[in-house]
Design a binder for this molecule. Structure first.
Ligand SMILES: [Ca+2]
Ligand SMILES: [Ca+2]
Ligand SMILES: [Ca+2]
Length: 824
């Protein structure tokens, strides 16, 4: 760059600064370079939905660090505290404002937020047509929340006084009578008050009228001021580890009209440009595979072309540029621009990194063996740790004791906090709250919680059976004793682990069919205050039978029962579609288990026959008409029908799975469908820069991506002339780091140079992860933001690995290794 062009650039930058106020853009949020202020682009849902994703939000230099701007009823709201329903949202372009109507139905309480751009700040005003209801006076306030991991250890200043955000929550609390606690979602209670009838309420860290947060970090600095109300700063982690720092002002009582105003000014670093995100596979590449890095670029980045280099790290400590090429523009996708760097050409085994502009990636391998161990952490560590009703240990560490020794009670009629429902009848011979014997055996924890989701457990067993039947993995690194209810990691016991996992899953599923008569929808927590448990699964319940004739917390003289209503419930409303799905898996399990555990194989066969017969009869009744599709699917699987498939993408996998069970003409009949599927695979190259299906739901899309990957793999295995080997790398690349936001591997896999460091597992309060976990990945926030926090594990939609998803990954990984690997 010569001096003249530098001068022109600087002059332009200065002119831009003068004009660089927050503006309402076409996507209906306030924007200036480095700052986005969103006003209810994402609204609250209540209950199960994580509520740290909504309201007024700030994306500050590329990171969503502020959310939850709303009228709330608590100092530091938890999940399951009431959230306002958005009743209206009006964008006023003339005065550059967005107005939202908020309502609490439970209290017949309406308010309006008007957010207006004022220079580099936004003004947030709360308007009331009627005063705050008496019951909520002193409770209703304007809140906004700051992401702890981006603010802890940073300084703040309030009315001239200095402070530092604490790394760990240790501020003051008080207790107040339960009668003063605003109602929680559907009347659930997130806390166990130990018989005190009082709830814990955090006290503020500080109060004042002018608060600047992150005075020591320009990229996080925000000034919040109010002339008419007092600002209070709270630490939401006092009540819940997933809490955020909260800035709050209580709404004045008895007033109407514009009752309070805040001004929020997020600092913007002049001419801030986000560093390019070079997406590549952290696990590395085999010499003969396609190798394409996808580079994500800020829309303000003046450089959208140029060249990238591949650097080789030599054994003597020097670095050599071994390849250089022009990047190829792909174009815009949501808020960023994308270019690609193809280094397929480089085949020599070695340690490499990619350089683009001033950005250089961490190192990765090119080697024939890079994928050899990609499923080992999942099968050897993640899966056994999620075995329910067992003591699980690893070296010196006990992951959990034996959970739920008191068994499961028949759920009474109820609407549940984790989306389950028990209807008016139990559909069983048991009375509400009666013990259903024999259910505390086998099964896998669902995810970051500890319930047995029957549908997911069926998927788990199915996934293990598919893995077993195609690849017969003999890997034995886990000791499992059903007799001792004991699991030890890294201790071989002479039995293939996958077979032991199939057995463990079936022990619970068959027990359900035998004891209940059909499949439960779930075996889950009965009270919310032990559902959000973080810690040893064996300490979720007290292990004693619940006896309502005892007082809460009282233990019977014989030490076998207690008056604490913590026992888990079985939700038993009958669903013949689920029964049929289970029966399909029971047939396969019986086939696999014969010769390994003949007794269990016979029990599975017997229940499969009975469930199939009864489900068919039930489905003839009007109540279950809509389940006909499930029946058609089942007919196809069992070879008794011709199926009625709605689309190729959804159903090809089922047909590919049937190939080994059918004759050669069947495979030929699938050819036209596989050709269609090959077109479908290619269609993703124009839909987004990464060539895989990217989900936009509030649970990020890893299941869809894994399904896609598995089907591509199987299509290649059976039809290599139609789906080429080059296609199978798409999903591996995505999972292992070639994706938006950052380039860390979504899988905590062996071999990944930079796996994600935090996941929403049951050890999430430790900011840790369980090896082998697979994150849902990239969460979309409307209207144009993708994210995956790697310093904050608590958003399940982006960080929670599930038992069904992780076993899907085992199939993906096993089939992928079988295609590309050297030792399979
Ligand atoms: Ca669950
Ligand atoms: Ca074993
Ligand atoms: Ca109990």
């Amino acid at each position: 760059m010569n001096r003249l062009s530098l001068f022109i650039l600087l002059t332009m930058a200065m002119v831009c600064h003068a004009q660089d106020n927050l503006r309402l853009n076409d996507l209906e949020y306030f924007e200036r370079q480095g700052v986005n202020v969103l006003v209810y682009s994402n609204s609250f849902n209540g209950g199960f939905n994580d509520e740290k994703n909504s309201g007024i939000e700030i994306i500050h230099h590329g990171v969503r660090t502020v959310q939850g701007g709303a009228v709330r009823l608590n100092n530091t709201p938890e999940q399951w505290d009431l959230v306002p329903t958005m009743t209206s949202r009006k964008v006023n372009r003339e005065n550059g404002s967005i107005e939202v109507g908020l309502r609490y139905n439970d209290y017949d309480f309406d308010s309006r937020l008007v957010v207006t751009a004022k220079g580099k700040a936004v003004e947030i005003a709360v308007w009331l047509d009627k005063p705050v209801p008496e019951k909520l006076a002193g409770e209703a306030g304007l809140n906004i929340e700051l992401l702890p991991s981006q603010y802890w250890l940073k300084t703040y200043q309030i009315d001239g006084r200095l402070g530092r955000f604490p790394r760990y929550a240790t501020s003051l609390t008080t207790t107040r009578p339960n009668s003063e606690k605003p109602r929680q979602f559907k009347g659930f209670k997130t806390y166990d008050d130990r018989g005190t009838n009082r709830f814990v309420d955090p006290l503020p860290l500080e109060t004042g009228h002018s608060l600047t947060v992150a005075t020591d970090a320009p990229d996080r600095m925000i000034r919040i001021t109010s002339d008419d109300v007092e600002l209070k700063l709270f630490d939401g982690r006092m009540l819940a580890q997933n809490g955020w720092y909260v800035v709050r002002s209580v709404l004045p009582a008895g007033k109407t009209g514009k009752v309070m105003t805040w001004t929020i000014e997020p600092n913007a670093i002049p001419d801030w440009i986000r560093e390019p995100n070079i997406g590549f596979s952290q696990v590395g590449y085999t010499p003969d595979q396609p190798k394409v890095a996808v580079i994500e670029l800020d829309k303000h980045d003046p450089v959208q072309t140029g060249s990238a280099s591949l650097l080789r790290l030599n054994p003597d400590g020097t670095t050599t540029e071994v390849y250089k090429a022009e990047v190829k523009p792909w174009g815009p996708y949501y808020k960023y621009n994308y270019v690609k760097f193809d280094f397929t050409h480089v085949r020599k085994s070695g340690v490499y990194s990619i350089q683009y502009g001033n950005t250089r990636t961490n190192d990765f391998l090119i080697d024939a063996h890079v994928y050899d161990n990609i499923t080992d952490a999942t099968t050897d560590v993640w899966v056994p740790i999620h075995m329910n009703h067992m003591y699980v240990t690893e070296g010196y560490r006990t992951w959990h004791g034996e959970p739920f020794k008191e068994g499961y009670l028949q759920a009474p009629e109820s609407d549940h906090f984790d989306l389950h429902r028990q209807g008016a009848t139990t559909d069983t011979k048991y009375k509400p709250l009666e013990l259903i014997p024999g259910l505390n055996i086998g099964g896998f924890f669902d995810a970051g919680d500890f319930d047995i989701e029957t549908g997911s457990n069926i998927n788990v067993v199915q996934n293990f059976i598919r893995t077993w039947e195609l690849f017969h993995p003999q890997r034995d690194e886990t000791f499992v004793s059903q007799e001792q209810r004991y699991v030890e990691l890294h201790r071989p016991d002479g039995k293939p682990d996958i077979m032991q996992f199939i057995e463990h899953g079936m022990l619970n599923l068959v027990a359900q069919a035998e004891q209940i008569g059909h499949m439960a929808s779930t075996l889950s927590n009965s009270v919310l205050d032990n559902y959000h448990h973080l810690g040893d699964a064996a300490s979720i319940t007290d292990g004693l039978h619940y006896d309502p004739s005892l007082k809460p917390y009282e233990v019977s003289a014989d030490g076998k029962s207690s008056g604490t209503p913590d026992d888990m419930w079985a939700f038993t409303t009958r669903n013949p579609s689920l029964d049929l799905q289970a029966a399909g898996v029971f047939y396969s399990a019986a086939r696999v288990l014969r010769g390994y555990n003949d007794t269990l194989a016979e029990r599975a066969q017997k229940q499969a026959d009975r469930l199939t017969k009864e489900a068919r009869e039930l489905m003839n009744g009007a109540r279950f008409r809509r389940d006909r599709q499930a029946e058609a699917d089942n007919d196809w699987l069992t070879g008794t029908g011709d199926g009625n498939y709605r689309n190729v993408a959804r159903n090809l996998q089922t047909m590919l799975d049937s190939i080994p069970l059918k004759d050669a003409t069947y495979r030929e009949k699938l050819r036209p469908m596989v050709r269609q599927y090959a077109e479908y695979i290619k269609s993703f190259d124009t839909q987004n820069p990464y060539g895989v299906p990217i989900g936009l739901g509030n649970w990020a899309g890893v299941n869809a991506v894994l399904n896609f990957g598995i089907t591509v793999n199987y299509a290649h295995i059976y039809f290599p002339d139609i789906v080429s080997k080059d296609e199978v790398y798409r999903v591996a690349n995505w999972l292992f780091g070639c994706h938006p936001y950052h380039n860390y591997s979504f899988v905590a896999a062996v071999g990944a140079a930079r796996p994600k460091q935090v996941f929403y597992g049951n050890n999430r309060a430790d900011f840790s992860f369980i090896p082998g976990n697979v994150a849902p990945g990239l969460l979309f926030r409307k209207p144009d933001h993708f994210e995956n926090y790697d310093d904050w594990p608590f958003l399940w939609g982006q960080n929670e690995g599930t038992i069904a998803g992780n076993t899907q990954y085992i199939i993906f990984g096993s089939s992928f290794k079988n295609i590309v690997g050297t030792n399979q």
